[in-house]
Each structure stands twice: as C-alpha cells, then as structure tokens.
Write a protein that binds this ligand. Structure first.
Ligand code: VAH
Length: 320
C-alpha cells in the first residue's frame, strides 16, 4: 500500500489520481491536515498532522505502507510570512516520515525538493546538479537541509528515499499554495475570466517550469527506476521549459487575442524569484532514469486554456 501525506496540495492531488489509476484506489491512502474539499470515494482518506508523530505512528501501523510520498510543505512565499512554521513543517515533518519509514520497513519514499535550493551565487543559466547553493528563503534553506538529510538516511540506514528538485509546476486541477511561480497558473484563470492579469513578477523574470503531466510522469519514472541506476540521493535537478511572464503572455495572446497583462511593482515574490535559476541542467535525470519533458510552452498554454475553460464552465455553469 501507498500513503500520500499532503494529498490535498497542488502536486499531492494529482499524484493521488495517478497512483490510484496505477495501483487501484484502495491501495493508495490519501492524507492531509484537513478533509479534501472534494472527497475521492475510490480510496481511504486519513486526517493527519505530519508533525504529530504519535498519530503518524498510528497511520503507519494501520496501513503498513510499502511506499510513502511526503508532499506536505509550506512553499516559498508563505514560508517568508511564517519562517519558523515553514522550517518546522518542512524539516521536522520530513524527519518524522523518514524515521517511521525506517521503523516500518517502507521500501520506497518520495520527497520533493525544489529549484529554490539554489541561491543568489548559484549559476543562473543551466544550473548544474552540483554547484554553489546559498538559498536565502526559509523554504529554500529547509529544502536544502532536507536534501542533506535524505542523502544521509540513504547512506547511513539504506532507506530508498528518492527526490526531485521541482521547478515551478503548472496545472489546472488543484490550486497552488503560496508559491512564487504561481503567477504562471493565476494568469490563465485571469485571462479566461477577466481577459487581463496583473503579474506580480516583472516581464523579464525567466524561471524554470514544468507542466504537471510531465511532473507526475517524471516522478513515477523515478520511483519505478531500479535503485542501482540512481546516482543522486540528495535530489535530482529536473525541468521542462524556461520562460518569462512576457513570453507566457504572448502564448496566451495567440489563443486569446484580446488578453492584456500589466506588471505590479515591489511584490515580495520578485525578490525571491531573483535568487532562483533562469534555467536548469537536468542531465543526471536524463542519464539515470530516462527523463524527457514532453510539454513545451505552447503545449502548456493550449492544455491549460482548454482544460480551464471546461472547468470554469462546468463550475459556473455559464459559458465564458
Ligand atoms: C514555489 N512552486 O514557488 C514552488 C516551487 C520552484 C518553485 O518550489 O515556492
């Protein structure tokens, strides 16, 4: 059985869908700090606080998982508002899950890191797997610490923990939660509803991004890879495509010609984005487990608008 901790989040929601499709609903236990807005009757859900080790113990005893996916975290922008809570959730939540995974003999664990582990002195273009890393957000610091902890638990205790440094993830099924890259999601909602978007990052802020379909496929490919093929036990660089808000606006205008964009000044998320890479070198993922992105920027824009149009239409019941 598989347990997903943090299954209500942007990535957790879609990992649950993919893992239930692959292994069967009842084999995948979803869990989060509160009930999901839309329950999924195909499999069990448990309310869990990953910082409450006692209740986590009960969860592992009840289901005796063979795999655990830990997606519970506080992202970059929210983490700067609540730094101690972000450190506590992102680091102690991980330690709780690693300790229990060892205790219960879990065969594989997945934990997401982020390109936020790079900082102002990391190379900006084609940032390599190994380089200077001086993150200056609590989120980035906690993810860098988490990577060191994962590599330690693998090296010292033999825990088969696998990790990906996700870039900004773009999706339409579940809302993102407090990220700096979330402009690339909000822009589609605003384009469809209001025909205009006030972007909190500047027009030329290039960031590495990944479409959710690619992120899920890549995550499952990593988890399916033979252990001896994996040479990285901190966290794998991974990316799909890099673009700026101006480039994304152009793509949207190709589909919605009347779309306009404006740029807000002095948003705190600009200072965070300015410390992150413009693009990522994911050679090791390509070599070790055949990673290959499929969604280019045009594909992302088409897929987002097609699906969001449908979603907004079915939710509002009115044509747009
Ligand atoms: C964030 N979406 O913006 C996350 C991600 C690289 C960005 O870590 O915080």
């Amino acid at each position: 059985r598989i347990i997903i901790i943090g299954s209500n989040g942007q990535i957790g929601t879609e990992l649950a869908i993919a893992l239930r499709a692959k292994f069967g609903g009842k084999q995948v236990i979803t869990s989060d700090i509160r009930e999901p807005q839309v329950p999924d009757p195909s499999g069990p859900f448990e309310t869990i606080d990953v910082l409450d080790k006692k209740s986590l113990h009960l969860l592992f005893t009840k289901y005796r998982p063979t795999q655990v996916y830990l997606l519970a975290a506080m992202l970059s922008a929210t983490g700067e508002k609540y730094p101690r809570q972000a450190w506590d959730l992102n680091v102690n939540g991980l330690l709780n899950v690693l300790d229990l995974s060892l205790e219960y003999g879990v065969s594989k664990v997945f934990w997401p890191s982020s390109i936020a582990v790079f900082g102002p002195h990391s190379p900006k273009m084609n940032t390599p797997q190994y380089t200077v890393m001086d993150p200056n957000t609590v989120y980035g610091i906690s993810k860098l610490a988490g990577e060191r902890i994962c590599e330690y638990y693998h090296g010292r205790y033999g825990l088969d923990i696998r990790s990906i440094r996700y870039p900004g993830i773009i999706s339409w099924k579940a809302a993102p939660g407090g990220g700096t890259t979330d402009y690339a999601i909000h822009i589609f909602h605003e384009a469809l509803k209001n025909g205009t978007y006030s972007c909190f990052l500047s027009a030329d802020t290039a960031l590495p991004m990944l479409y959710m379909d690619d992120a899920i496929r890549g995550t499952l490919a990593l988890m399916d890879a033979p252990a001896d093929a994996l040479h990285i036990r901190s966290s794998y660089n991974l990316t799909g495509v890099s673009f700026t808000p101006a480039m994304l606006a152009d793509e949207i205008r190709n589909i919605i010609p009347e779309f306009t964009i404006t740029y807000a000044e002095n948003d705190p998320r600009q200072a965070i984005a300015d410390t992150w890479p413009n693009s990522i070198d994911d050679t090791e993922a390509r070599e070790d487990w055949d990673w290959q992105p499929r969604f280019a920027l045009t594909d992302i824009a088409v897929d987002m608008i097609t699906n969001l149009k449908e979603k907004i239409h079915s939710e509002d019941g009115k044509s747009i």
